[in-house]
Write a protein that binds this ligand. Structure first.
Ligand code: ADP
Ligand code: MG
Length: 488
């Protein structure tokens, strides 16, 4: 059997920074963009005599996440110390939850790839736990020293650990997108990979076909974009296949992804792994999360992306469009507001995912602050549907309305976009055109049907594109029939 038949098995550990005002265990402000080492306090620096106090807002955010992901929330969970020596960790240990996390189980339903969104897969969760972040070391190239910024030290994190249920690099990225979406709908984190408020480690192994036994896993650390996550997993699958092909064993290791060479590189093997000397955190009591609190937070959960997608699909929207719309909570809210003001869902969806998203490509304003408000989409569609403007004019009206923040109906009135549907006026224009088109008429009656397009084009030109094309076609048919030469 060739190693090509081996299938990838992937489990992700995702860190997400909660967007609370203060840190996990102290009232120090969380301000990631502040000048280095200004958002710090005695606890953050690990000064003697300081004690941790859990941040209730962080715990509530974490519980919301657990509920949204279908986890069981533990009534009692425990804090642990994880020791390691590194300049980014002033206390010399990190408070985390090891054997008794606050959330267990749960599941993420991951939509299929683009165009096959309905083919969802289930990725089970092992657990979620809370912890405090470390500071940030800054290594300047060529310098014999490093800098350290403690602003991030102590910021609240949740770590979401998946079961090894993921089967491809692409599925891993979709899973992570799905998590990011849920977190953003909950409003508990910016969940931005570039800014480091969403971070991911990927565990990868290869499994023999037909076997129940999982292969030895290797862990790729600190993947900070969706692209790198996919590339790194693919590179790691190649590395493991090559090793197996050469008859070698996979050694459990921690790796880093080298972007320039598109390769994973071993940082340390299991034997070299640090011993974190976990111990129960003596300065923290058991964390009690009461059922009343869980019930209250459950009530506060917003409608989540999967439920919104299902709602849109029930309105006749394609799964692909539904996925685009729910990709951002703001876009989905905009769509909902447009629906609420009336208008056919599919047409609203077309304008939203077409014209509006294109216009917004060069716009940094949040959707909620656009002068072009959701109700105007319905209004614009109404103007097309009742024949006031043509589809072509509508695009121009939209562009002006978006740029100027003036409602479509007002643009139509101001700039004369109203379609000419005055039968008498159109008949007169048509008659004039036909009178001077002897050659084209002869061709038409000689059997060249396509010449109709020429006549319609002339009417459009004469009306500056504002004639109702359907009406022009009708009047043209009548006029041509009336002028037909006698068939003798
Ligand atoms: P650690 O902190 O040692 O990395 P965790 O329990 O936090 O351990 O995370 C283990 C991760 O590795 C989980 O996401 C799990 O799904 C994944 N995993 C476990 N076994 C395998 C395997 N054989 N192949 C791929 N991933 C695995
Ligand atoms: Mg790990």
């Amino acid at each position: 059997m060739t190693v090509d038949a081996y299938s990838p098995v992937i489990g992700l550990e995702v860190h997400c920074q909660l967007n609370t005002a203060t840190k996990m265990f102290s009232p120090c402000e969380v301000a990631l963009l502040a000048e280095p080492n200004t958002a710090i306090d005695a606890y953050t620096l690990g000064l003697p005599g300081t004690l941790p106090v859990a941040n209730a807002a962080a715990v509530e955010s974490a519980v919301k996440l657990a509920l949204a992901l279908g986890c069981e929330v533990a009534g009692e969970s425990r804090w642990a110390r994880k020791h390691y020596f590194y300049p980014d960790l002033p206390k010399g240990y990190q408070i985390t939850q090891s054997d008794h996390p606050y959330a267990i189980g749960g599941e993420v339903l991951v939509p299929g790839p683009r165009g096959r969104e309905a083919e969802t897969t289930s990725v089970r969760l092992t657990r979620i736990h809370m912890e405090e972040d470390a500071g940030k070391n800054i290594h300047l190239p060529g310098e014999p020293w490093s800098l350290v910024d403690y602003n991030r030290a102590g910021a609240p994190l949740v770590e979401i650990v998946s079961e090894p249920d993921i089967r491809s690099a692409d599925e891993a990225a979709r899973y992570l997108r799905c998590l990011r979406e849920i977190v953003r709908y909950l409003g508990i984190s910016q969940a931005n990979m570039e800014e480091g408020t969403l971070r991911c480690d990927a565990n990868v192994s290869l499994k023999q076909p037909g076997s129940d036994r999982l292969g030895t896993r290797c862990e790729i650390k600190n993947l900070n974009s969706f692209r790198f996550l996919e590339l790194a997993i693919r590179a790691e699958i190649r590395r493991q296949r090559d090793l197996l092909q050469a008859g070698q064993k996979i050694v459990s290791a921690t790796l880093t992804y080298d972007v320039d060479r598109d390769r994973t590189r071993v940082m340390r093997t299991k034997e070299q792994a640090a011993d974190y000397r976990y111990m129960p955190e003596p300065d923290m009591p058991v964390l009690v999360i009461r059922p009343e609190v869980v019930a209250r937070l459950r009530e506060q959960l917003p409608e989540l992306p999967a439920a919104r997608r299902a709602r849109y699909i029930a309105l006749g929207i394609s799964p692909q469009d539904a996925a685009v719309i729910t990709g951002e909570p703001e876009l989905s809210d905009y769509f909902d507001a447009a629906l609420a003001s009336g208008g056919p869902p599919q047409k609203i969806c077309n304008w939203l995912t077409g014209e509006l998203l294109a216009a917004r490509n060069n716009d940094t304003r949040p959707l909620s602050q656009l002068p072009f408000v959701p109700a105007w989409l319905g209004q614009l569609i109404g103007l097309i549907d009742d024949g006031t403007i043509s589809g072509r004019a509508a695009k121009e009206v939209f562009a002006k309305s978006y740029a100027e923040g003036i409602e479509p109906a007002a643009i139509v009135a101001r700039d004369g976009y109203r379609q000419v549907r005055d039968t008498g006026a159109l008949e007169a224009i048509l008659a004039e055109i036909l009178d001077r088109s002897h050659k084209q008429l002869a061709q038409y009656y000689g059997g060249r049907q396509q010449i109709r397009g020429y006549f319609v084009g002339q009417v459009m030109k004469a009306t500056r594109g504002q004639a109702d094309p359907k009406l022009v076609q009708e009047l043209l048919s009548k006029a041509l029939a009336a002028r037909a030469p006698a068939a003798d």
